[in-house]
Design a protein around this ligand. Structure first.
Ligand SMILES: CC(C)(COP(=O)(O)OP(=O)(O)OC[C@H]1O[C@@H](n2cnc3c(N)ncnc32)[C@H](O)[C@@H]1OP(=O)(O)O)[C@@H](O)C(=O)NCCC(=O)NCCS
Length: 131
């Protein structure tokens, strides 16, 4: 909850703040979505969500505020992207990022994602699998 619902995460999300029930439904009951939880010393440090859509797999990340700015985002994005391509067999990994979220844009571009279009916000980014 703390990773998903802190002001920075909410500001940069499509759906705003989620209730516990909404979060549980989103994470646990959807057949098109799976979630990794990152734990550090027994505490939830963040999550990576994988959502299967028509165009590929969309990846989303949120870290607990105490674990931001230390390179964990980069580590989980690289591992998550590799998982989406090699295990989930995605041809493309996608992400939707609000342009004001400069840290997230830097993170995804640094991991090899490129902007797909300019159809409005949030902007769409993708990484194409090299097989
Ligand atoms: C976005 C998020 C996952 C990034 O993870 P992180 O571990 O905090 O990432 P870092 O602070 O190490 O920064 C990642 C990159 O952004 C750069 N960066 C940091 N703050 C920045 C800023 N204000 N403006 C531009 N770039 C910035 C860093 O230098 C780093 O680039 P590098 O790898 O080339 O050095 C994390 O901050 C988070 O959970 N934010 C809230 C939820 C969210 O916005 N999720 C993404 C939705 S698409």
């Amino acid at each position: 909850m703390a990773a998903r619902n802190d002001p920075e995460s909410v500001r940069h999300s499509r759906r705003g703040e989620l209730t516990r029930d909404e979060l549980e439904e989103d994470f646990l009951q959807r057949s098109d979505k799976s979630v990794w939880v990152a734990e550090i010393e027994g505490q939830v440090a963040g999550y990576v969500a994988f959502e299967t859509g028509a165009d590929g797999i969309e990846i989303g990340i949120a870290l607990h505020p105490a674990h931001r700015g230390r390179g964990l985002g980069r580590a989980v994005l690289l591992a998550g992207t590799r998982h989406a391509i090699e295990v989930l067999e995605a041809d493309e990994v996608l992400a939707e990022i609000f342009p004001a979220n400069a840290r997230s844009v830097a993170l995804f571009v640094g991991a090899g994602y490129e902007r797909v279009d300019d159809r409005g916000v949030p902007h769409r980014y993708r990484k194409v699998a090299k097989r």
